[in-house]
Design a protein around this ligand. Structure first.
Ligand SMILES: Cc1cc2nc3c(=O)[nH]c(=O)nc-3n(C[C@H](O)[C@H](O)[C@H](O)COP(=O)(O)OP(=O)(O)OC[C@H]3O[C@@H](n4cnc5c(N)ncnc54)[C@H](O)[C@@H]3O)c2cc1C
Length: 386
């Protein structure tokens, strides 16, 4: 076999693939398969724990910090097998986003305190970037941190925090120098224990009637200066590195592969497979996912070499988002008259949520910076346009 990027499995890779496939068959609980939305934390925690105990929770992390230090091929194999098994996509806030940043920019104390609990899933993290009025123009954020002795005193308001009401800790962007010559220069990245007095957290109900987001109000919240990541007032650089990594996460082919499986299931059930035009579109989608996987492999290689991906992550996010959203369109077409059904479509191979999944992937063009903003970044930082 070979990975979706045509990298042929070596003998060791083939053995690893078989091991992952067999392990998933034995260990992935049936009730966690095929979720279109995020499973609730109480369901996900035991699964994360299992992956942690198996040593597969952080494929790209160095072994020194409890990661797997997996090869590019092994990382692809893991994503492919997890996608094919319809395993849930885990929250990436800890292991995917702030963890690698702490490994790179954190103090030894910060690493020792936080990294082990991220891996075990004992502590859940949230991202405190957006504020009312500061989403796309993130550098305009106003949540303020004033130095008082060896503490920051934080006042302000964060919003659209995914899982903020489940999280134990938040990594947040805080304005620590309002007089800096450029707004980007007065921001720090701060780790905040969400149980600190003065923090009020309110869940936000979405159109889908779930409480996926929260907003947080900070009223004279005292946070040790030791919780600043990197240098004080140098948070924008750290935040950008984190966002580049977050955008790359969209290139992870696990979701796209999982969705292709669902398209095939639905198309077999409704007869859409017999239509040559549909087959043509499905083949195109499969080719797109190959391209996406190749990009992911390239990104993994860059990360393994210790280099930063930089502004290319914007282009990768746009393309990956587009591919996944087009597969979701294909899913609707495969479902035909059942596309708008509120509940899942029953197929001989199991139920498939069609409209829920279609709605879920709309979000990809908004979070971690909208597609419009990614186009602006690509125009400026990659193409050098004015
Ligand atoms: C599913 C989901 C999860 C999220 N999770 C988090 C989280 O965990 N933590 C967090 O901090 N935030 C989170 N967010 C918030 C997200 O980062 C913001 O919604 C996003 O950056 C856009 O900001 P905004 O909502 O304020 O929209 P605005 O910035 O008000 O933008 C509104 C519209 O105007 C467009 N626009 C704005 N400026 C320009 C421009 N200069 N050129 C062209 N078009 C422009 C935008 O593309 C968008 O279409 C999440 C959002 C979603 C949807």
């Amino acid at each position: 076999m070979s990975t979706v990027s045509f990298i042929a499995d070596t003998k060791e890779d083939a053995a690893f693939r078989l091991e992952v496939r067999n392990w998933l068959e034995e260990n992935l609980p049936l009730e966690l398969k095929g979720w279109s939305t995020r499973p609730p934390p109480e369901m996900i925690r035991p699964w994360q724990r299992k992956l942690y105990e198996r040593g597969w929770i952080a494929p790209s992390w160095p072994k020194q910090y409890g990661g797997m230090e997996a090869t590019v091929n092994q990382q692809l194999i893991l994503q492919e097998e997890f996608g094919r098994a319809e395993a849930p996509v885990l929250s990436r806030q800890a292991v995917g986003h702030i963890g690698p940043i702490l490994i790179r920019h954190g103090t030894e104390e910060q690493k020792a305190e936080h990294l082990p609990k991220m891996l075990s899933g004992e502590v859940l993290w949230a991202q405190g970037y957006s504020e009312p009025g500061s989403g796309s123009d993130l550098a305009s954020l106003r949540t303020r941190g004033e130095i008082d002795g060896d503490h920051l005193v934080i006042n302000g308001h964060k919003i659209w925090t995914t899982g903020g009401h489940y999280a134990d800790w938040m990594y947040a962007l805080i304005r620590t120098d309002p007089d800096a010559p450029r707004k980007q220069l007065g921001i720090s990245m701060v780790l905040i224990d969400l149980r600190t007095p003065g923090i009020t957290i309110r869940p936000i109900k979405t159109l889908a009637d779930d409480e996926e987001f929260a907003e947080e109000f900070f009223d004279n919240v005292r946070v040790p200066l030791a919780n600043v990541v990197g240098k004080l007032n140098d948070g924008w650089r750290v935040a950008k590195a984190l966002l580049d990594g977050e955008r790359l996460g969209n290139a992870n082919p696990q979701l796209a592969l999982d969705m292709l499986e669902r398209v095939r299931k639905v198309a077999r059930a409704t007869g859409a497979f017999d239509d040559p035009v549909f087959q043509d579109r499905l083949t195109q989608a499969e080719l797109d996912v190959l391209a996406q996987s190749a990009v992911f492999a390239h990104a993994v290689q860059i990360a393994r070499a210790g280099r930063e991906i930089g502004a290319d992550s914007s282009f990768i996010k746009i393309v990956s988002t587009d591919i996944v959203q087009r597969i979701a369109d294909l899913l609707l077409d495969a479902a035909g008259e059942h596309a708008a059904d509120a509940g899942p479509l029953d197929t001989p191979e199991g139920p498939v949520d069609v409209s829920v999944l279609w709605r879920e992937v709309r979000r990809m063009s908004i979070y971690a910076g909208t597609s419009e903003i990614q186009r602006n970044v690509t125009a400026k930082r990659v193409l050098g346009l004015p």
